[in-house]
Design a protein around this ligand. Structure first.
Ligand code: NDP
Length: 464
């Protein structure tokens, strides 16, 4: 991605070729979009629930109808393999369908008991113009998580995609318009974090800002937003632990580890970033994990048969290499290298990598590693795995693999995480709340929680 003469040029991470261009907007463009979104909000908030639902359903329908084209665009701008891109586009439609189906109750209030002062009830109202800043790793799904509940509840929203992946957001906003979404309800402002992102955070005219990205940028966005009065959702980085107990179904756990770590080339907030396996099964598990990892074909994700695409950027690639080079980073038993031969040289390719028993203080166990490297540590009990799991500042997702209800429950109640899976990792359906704890952020997206964020209570007391 480069920024020059008023435009962003997006680079295909697999080939180094130009994937497309978008306008390089600035703070004035943000303010103009917010004003336009405010005018739209005044009308949209008064539109009946059925009509709002119909437009969300229609948007989902058009996205499904155009899924092949959108998936190709996503692969070209982001790098993930085509089946994953298609899955993400379908995920967008599923989120829109979910919120369309509950638009009718999105603003339900409560009837309260009669008091000495009369009857009381609450109305839930939309909050106004909302803002969203999203990263490049899941640009389509995260766009849906932020825009669908806000729009369903009757708000308008101004969204900033990453300058690395602005193309799908623009294409989907055009489909929403075709579906009947009024002008200004869904505004996309493309540009840099420093230009567009900063202006959104500092705006006093938006009621909410939902941010997804790294911990460091999240802190900066919090600082910039301070004093503006907006409500915030922070969806930040993670270093999810996966714990495999001695009683687990080993083959199922191996498959879960491979998809949990190498999906999207390891660039998923809730990827398996640290794996703890019971001593008793560690050798068998590791051998099977190595064999499954060796089968992953790496290449341009647009091609058939490829299981893992490139990293999104050269900086991402360099970050992985530097983490592996640091002292105490363990024994590399599979992969470990950048791929540079032939066509690989033009892209950001790295082998799927397994590392055994790095030091506790190594970046592989103490920081968020955003790429296809899986550190595996053997542990002598579930308690010690949980202790390890809770050692990082993060608290996003976590999984335990076991056939024991007791282990499942012990893990779920002891691990620091916003979402816990048992015998699975990664998948998050639209109807369940999602968000992190500790350094991984606060607030919840998806489910009914998101609707609460995008509405406000007004209490009405009627005296007899
Ligand atoms: P960044 O924090 O670098 O960027 C996120 C967004 O913030 C981008 O749109 C970026 O713009 C923008 N931005 C950058 N600087 C500023 C600024 N000063 N003010 C306002 N906005 C700014 O994260 P990445 O894009 O590298 O994404 C990866 C991170 O996101 C990982 O840590 C990952 O774990 C996390 N993530 C968390 C999820 C969750 O739900 N908890 C889900 C997915 C990812 P630009 O890119 O144009 O510079």
């Amino acid at each position: 991605m480069t920024e020059e003469s008023g435009k962003i040029t997006v680079t295909n991470p697999a080939t180094g070729e130009i994937a497309g261009t978008a306008k390089l907007c600035n703070a004035d463009d943000v303010n103009a979009a917010v004003e336009k979104a405010y005018d739209a909000f005044l009308k949209w908030s008064a539109v009946g629930a059925n009509k709002r639902a119909a437009i969300l359903f229609k948007t989902a329908e058009l996205v499904r109808r155009n899924q092949d084209e959108l998936a190709r665009l996503l692969t070209t701008e982001q790098g993930k393999i085509l089946p994953e891109a298609k899955n993400e586009v379908q995920g967008f439609a599923a989120v829109y369908e979910f919120y369309a189906s509950i638009t009718g109750t999105a603003r339900n209030g409560d009837a309260l008991p009669k008091s000495d002062y009369g009857y009381a009830f609450t109305m839930r109202e939309p909050i106004g113009v909302c803002g969203a800043i999203i990263p490049w790793n899941m640009p389509v799904l995260i766009m849906a998580w932020k825009t669908a509940p806000a729009i369903a509840a009757g708000n308008s929203i101004v969204l900033k995609p990453s300058a690395k992946t602005p193309l799908c957001a623009l294409a989907i906003a055009a489909l929403a318009k075709e579906a009947g979404m009024p002008d200004g309800v869904l505004e996309i402002v493309t540009g840099s974090g420093e230009g567009v992102g900063r202006a959104l955070a500092q705006s006093r005219n938006i009621a909410s800002l939902s941010f997804t990205g790294s911990v460091a940028t999240g802190k900066e966005v919090e600082r910039l937003s301070c004093g503006t009065g907006k409500r915030l959702i922070m969806e930040l980085g993670g270093s999810d632990p996966m714990v495999v107990c001695a009683d687990a179904d080993i083959d199922k756990a191996v498959a879960g580890a491979v998809s949990g770590r190498f999906y999207n080339c390891g660039q998923t907030c809730t990827a398996v970033k640290r794996l703890f396996v019971a001593d008793e099964i560690a050798d068998e598990f590791t051998e099977k994990l190595k064999a499954a990892t060796a089968k992953i074909t790496v290449g341009n994700g647009i091609l058939k048969g490829i299981r893992m695409g490139p990293l999104n950027s050269r900086e991402g690639l360099a970050g992985i290499e530097s983490a592996l080079e640091r002292k105490g980073s363990g024994e590399v038993v599979s992969g470990g290298n950048r791929l540079t031969e032939g066509a690989f040289g033009a892209g950001n390719f790295f082998e799927p990598t397994i590392v055994l028993n790095p030091d506790e203080k190594s970046p592989l166990l103490s920081e968020e590693i955003f790429g296809p490297v899986l550190p595996v540590v053997s542990v002598n009990s579930l308690e010690s795995a949980i202790e390890y799991a809770n050692k990082t500042p993060f608290g996003l997702g976590a999984s335990v693999w076991t056939t024991s209800l007791k282990n499942s429950y012990t893990f779920a109640e002891s691990v620091d995480a916003g979402i816990v899976w048992v015998n699975r990792h990664l998948k998050i359906p639209p109807e369940v709340p999602f968000g992190g704890e500790k350094a991984s952020g606060y607030g919840r997206e998806n489910g009914l929680d998101a609707l609460k964020h995008y509405t406000r209570d007004k209490t009405v007391i009627i005296s007899p």
